[in-house]
Design a protein around this ligand. Structure first.
Ligand code: RB5
Length: 155
């Protein structure tokens, strides 16, 4: 299996900024990932939530997915307890390809073949170290384009 070097079509007014959001269940992971991203020289837009008070993940999911959908940002990260709720919300938005992942291979393929523009993880499933590795892989893996471009353009 190869992942060729075709870069993902650049879009988004704030293409060097990663928008990140979580609910209360993954608040702690969000804070750790913000540090990780900033240490890598990336700018981060925090869409909330801002503490561990119980809240509805959909409010944040809609905020982040909406900002990807309207091309304000090119890439986003969404986190909740399992990642399930956030991925369900995000994938209702046009132009959003949200990938719920907890392993490196799925992350890599979500970029190579699916050009995922939102990475979703479950804070109650993945530990901090794995989550950082998943984000690193997601940031570094290019979209393969070619036949995969036709496929993602078909839905
Ligand atoms: C919150 O308890 C939990 O339901 C939420 O974080 C998420 O896992 C939903 O899909």
């Amino acid at each position: 299996m190869t992942c060729a070097t075709t870069a993902s079509p650049q879009k988004g007014e704030k293409k060097d900024v990663i928008i990140i959001g979580s609910d209360h269940a993954a608040f702690e992971l969000k804070e750790k990932l913000k540090t990780f991203l900033k240490e890598r020289g990336l700018e981060v837009e925090d869409a909330g939530t801002y503490d561990e008070t119980s809240m509805n993940y959909a409010d944040i999911g809609k905020k982040v997915a909406g900002a990807i959908s309207d091309n304000t940002y090119a890439r986003g990260i969404l986190l909740c307890g399992t990642g399930l709720g956030m991925s369900m919300v995000a994938n209702r938005f046009s132009n959003v390809r949200a990938a719920l992942c907890s392993d490196i291979f799925s992350v890599r393929m979500s970029r190579c073949h699916n050009d995922s523009n939102i990475l979703v993880m479950g804070g109650r499933l993945v530990g901090d170290v794995l989550a950082c590795e998943l984000v690193r892989e997601w940031l570094e893996t290019p979209f393969e384009g070619g036949r995969h471009l036709d496929r993602i353009m078909s839905f």
